[in-house]
Design a protein around this ligand. Structure first.
Ligand code: XIL
Length: 321
């Protein structure tokens, strides 16, 4: 359906089994793996955790690709597009980067160049896209005061993209963030980043809209479309990279209907705007979602319930395609 609708892929992020949010589902892995890898529900995946700094360079200069490789090698084996995530991010960062409070500019530049070079090289040629910089902005469009920004200012973004471009010329290079699904200060901040890179002649190919949405107050179809067009008009592509739509638990007929509508609008907007190339949901099975751990009282944000039945939203997605 997604391909016929003109998308490159409709995918689901997944984690290596040992990392999944909720333990105790071993018996159900065959069912999970059947849907994730062996069915044609998904044409793409993203490792939810394994490629992050905390796991890939836990100590300075000590690199480890084991966790990331679990998912990326399955993607290869089963012929799924791969989105790679995320090279430079303030969260799930290795503690050694933040522990040192007196980085000089030159030292931190070298740290970024080394990290991006080594990690991008490890998966060179395998990633359809890389999230090069993740979540650099505050809600008001100003820069987040991460260790990277505090030491280097916006130069760190240029450095990360320029380095990734050199190492993996075929991967599409993305800026990725949340709350970019309706036009406001943060979408404008993101446009500023795109223009800054373009002006410096540094390659940026795409903007990733994470799309961690709320069923009861999701953007309308038109808001989605306007936000996406705000990026495609700059000449970059767009993808929904981490779509999930949480609701107040328990799930009821009412909030599930709202969720269905919200999924339909998010996916439908991507289908309707040329330049929005694909959609990734942030896992597909509710018990493996990050949502209940981070947003108490909210949950059931994905397309399969705990008992493996499908959400009404599954059919909302189908209607959008
Ligand atoms: C989340 C993962 O799903 C969790 O397993 C982990 O504990 C925290 O990170 N924005 C991102 C993702 O870019 O990497 C985050 O993933 C969700 C928010």
């Amino acid at each position: 359906y997604a391909k016929e609708a003109g998308l490159k892929y409709f995918g689901a992020a997944t984690d290596s089994p040992g990392f999944r949010e909720r333990a105790g589902y071993e018996a159900q892995y065959p069912k999970y793996d059947q849907i994730m890898w062996k069915s044609d529900e998904f044409g793409q995946t993203t490792p939810t955790n394994g490629q992050k700094w905390l796991f890939t360079e836990p100590q300075q200069g000590v690199f480890n690709y084991t966790e990331g490789n679990i998912v990326t090698s399955l993607a290869k084996k089963h012929g799924k597009y791969l989105r790679c995530h995320a090279l430079v991010w303030h969260s799930q960062l290795a503690p050694w980067v933040e522990a040192k409070t007196d980085w000089t500019k030159d030292e931190l530049r070298a740290v970024i160049v080394n990290h991006v070079t080594r990690v991008a090289k490890a998966w060179k040629g395998q990633c359809y896209a890389w999230d090069v910089v993740n979540e650099a902005l505050e809600e008001d469009g100003s820069y987040r005061k991460s260790v990277f920004y505090n030491v280097l200012g916006e130069e760190y973004i240029k450095l990360a993209f320029a380095t990734a471009a050199k190492v993996d010329p075929k991967a599409k290079l993305y800026y990725n963030d949340y709350n970019l699904e309706w036009p406001h200060a943060k979408t404008e901040g993101t446009q500023r980043i795109v223009k800054m890179l373009q002006k410096a002649k540094i390659r940026i190919d795409g903007v990733g809209l994470q799309a961690h949405l709320i069923a009861e107050q999701a953007p309308t179809l038109d808001q989605h479309i306007d936000a996406i067009k705000g990026f495609t008009k700059l000449g970059v592509e767009v993808a929904l990279t981490e779509l999930d739509i949480r609701l107040q638990v328990p799930a009821t007929a009412t909030n599930l209907a709202q969720q269905k509508e919200a999924y339909k609008n998010a996916v439908g907007a991507c289908v309707q705007v040329k330049g929005c190339i694909g959609v990734t949901i942030w896992d597909f099975y509710d018990p493996f979602s990050w949502v209940p751990y981070v947003f108490p009282g909210e949950g059931a944000p994905l397309l399969w319930f705990e008992d493996w039945s499908k959400h009404p939203a599954y059919y909302g997605v189908q209607e959008a395609l």
